[in-house]
Design a protein around this ligand. Sequence first.
Ligand SMILES: *Cc1c(COP(=O)(O)O)cnc(C)c1O
Ligand SMILES: [Zn+2]
Length: 439
Amino acid sequence: MTHQENSALIDRALSRRTASVPEIPEVLDWGNARALACKECGNETPLQPQHVCEFCFGPLEVVYDYERIAATTSRERIALGAPTIWRYADLLPAPNVEWVDIGAGWSRLIDAPRLAAELGLKKLWLKFEGTNPTHSFKDRVVTVALTAARAFGFKVAACASTGNLAGAVAAHAAASGMESVVFIPEGLETGKVAAAAVYGGRLIAVEGSYDDVNRLCAELCGVKDDWAFVNVNVRPYYSEGSKTLGYEIVEQLGWRSPDAVIIPVASGSLLTKVKKGLGELHQVGLLDEAPHTAIHGAQADGCSPVARAFEEGAEDFRPVKPDTIAKSLAIGNPADGYYALRDVRATGGTVTRIPEESVAEGMKLLARTEGIFTETAGGVTIATLEKLIREGSVTPDQETVALITGVGLKTIEALGDIGPSHVIGANVEAVDRALEETE
Ligand SMILES: *Cc1c(COP(=O)(O)O)cnc(C)c1O
Ligand SMILES: [Zn+2]
């Protein structure tokens, strides 16, 4: 491709960034995405709103024309792209409709020397997802899912959410003129509920856990056939959005893969897709060496089916009833738990669980050392990293990246009683007294 052609492409990509309701074209071009393929039997089916294989009920995944990608994409071309996940459109299901894009992705990879020193690591990076439009990594999956949904002609976006997905779906739907119907388990944090309700879509709380909500959505999907359920019938597109976290880490490290990465696990989709993304970059020639990254999953004790299976050496997990302060990770029957286990083992990583009390400690440690206020999931990640180093599963000289997937303002409940040490009169003596008492 010539430089002019490349610039024209990027201009076109940039001009697509505003979201509005498009005409659905008769014939869709999906960029380099070729088909859906079954992860179990490999059977391929055309790109459509479907998530299970019709032969063996295995999960479907988007597959690409990797030869074409290798021939056409380059580090330079990506660097010229938008500061969003759509800079990697060559490696995503990217239909020729207006993308539902409110700016997800291209979050900072933050050097964390103070936390590294405290943990005993030489080099630690934090991939901080709080700067996404709705303040969690879920914007990455939703921009891809709703873009696909719109390409298929859906007018309603629906989902089952542990909290962050709710806000991401409601916001992207609002900005693109779609309706949204979002289902959450009862008893979510106030911040998560408000951060979903504010966008004006429909928000419905369901009695039970996320797993009950998810079952309901699977059932609804068979009845409401004009709804796009982002984590059911358009899940293959949704989950591809998570790959971009892996892409960005590699690009931001100067096209290198790190030695270790720590990823919080709910359904396990994020973990498996970071692994897929690293492999793809090598396959298309953007990453010179095959990725050597050890991938570690992180869970809190109160909902740790994948970590327990890892400890037992089991091939698959046993579903549990979640009871954890880390509500964004409270999935007792994780859809990709089996694949997450397989993936961490293939990379020499682990799935590790930490005590419930460590979640808030992890949140405070990160805030105190690096000035970053994460939600409970980030607390799980930091506490897990600390444990991995203590046990020798991550060694001091391993260049490590921890995924900080959401922000603390949505989960202030987790910090318990936190507030000013004193309430004083407005005079200097009272300040001195208070300072003495808090020394
Ligand atoms: C959803 C979520 C995760 C885990 O994602 P999965 O792909 O379901 O494993 C991690 N962190 C936060 C903040 C989340 O909202
Ligand atoms: Zn199959």
